[in-house]
Design a protein around this ligand. Sequence first.
Ligand SMILES: Nc1ncnc2c1ncn2[C@@H]1O[C@H](COP(=O)(O)OP(=O)(O)OP(=O)(O)O)[C@@H](O)[C@H]1O
Ligand SMILES: [Mg+2]
Length: 335
Amino acid sequence: MATAAQVKALVESHGQGDEARFYSVALQIADSAAKSGRVRFSEDLRNLVETGRVAGAGGRYLSPTSRAVQVAQPRGELAQVLTVGYPTAHLTDMALSLEVLRRIQRILAEQRRQETLRTHGFQPMRKVLLSGPPGTGKTMTADVVAGELNLPSFSIRLDNLVDLTVDEAVTKLRLVFDLVSQTRGVFLFDNLDALVGQPGQDDASAAAGSGGHLIRSFLGFLEEDESPSVLVVTTNRTQLLDRGLLRRFDVLIHYVLPTTGVIHDLIQRRLRKFDLTAVEWPRVASTAGGLSHEEVAAAAELAAKQSVLDGKDQVETSALLNALRERRELLKISS
Ligand SMILES: Nc1ncnc2c1ncn2[C@@H]1O[C@H](COP(=O)(O)OP(=O)(O)OP(=O)(O)O)[C@@H](O)[C@H]1O
Ligand SMILES: [Mg+2]
């Protein structure tokens, strides 16, 4: 329990608007709770302090949007490459293979129980590499990790860095990593491929050019980072995954196109509020085969909107099949 002096200091600092003292007393309480074995409470309190500090709200309630703005503004130079949000996504929104699900759950468990791990001399996993084809949930996973851990999510647009000179880009990366160590959050470095060159470009020649310099700087920053933030890097190009890259990460998750079971699960999760009892799943799964999660989700929504327009709760097999075929047609045209 907090001592009487700590409670008084909390109330006093709140009354005086002394945010720094308020949080410092809260952290003292978290420390003594950890020492007396109440590790879970200590972790929760630390997380609350971190979130409060990020918001810079001084005790006032701010909506998630205004909190996001408060985080972004101090780093005006980063506006071009960084966006901030407070995702509310949850793991139950995702349809995943058991293997991918288990890995994400493991990251969340280690993050939630990091004090326990630290008291045993271990560090929680926090440098995460996600690879796989488009539309399989890599970016969504970063949102889910932030949503589940109640952390702000910072998304770094690596593709915007390549338009800058190498020096400018490295300076921006340094600012991003300063923020990584100052503010606990989930930092998504989306589409690492952008730093290496265009698809089809020979990776060896790209690595020798300015893209190669940038990626080496990025990996250097990544390696040096010892912050409490979670760093998520995504790539579509599995050929990038050599040992030199992989050793910088605590965990690698490979995403694949959805299997029959995952397609079924995805549609059920997306259309929770609809009656799916009449759906012939084997036909739906075979028509959806080869499409990404994103495409299947879009088709499910298309079919459900048809039901809404028709004033029905039930989604028909034929509507799902038509929507899936429509998505497939669209893909053919755009490829
Ligand atoms: N595993 C999943 N479960 C549920 N919905 C998903 C899943 N994967 C993707 N989606 C849906 O598809 C959308 C796009 O997915 P996301 O942006 O995460 O794909 P990605 O793997 O990052 O693709 P890219 O490689 O093109 O960046 C999500 O916002 C979500 O609506
Ligand atoms: Mg993505």
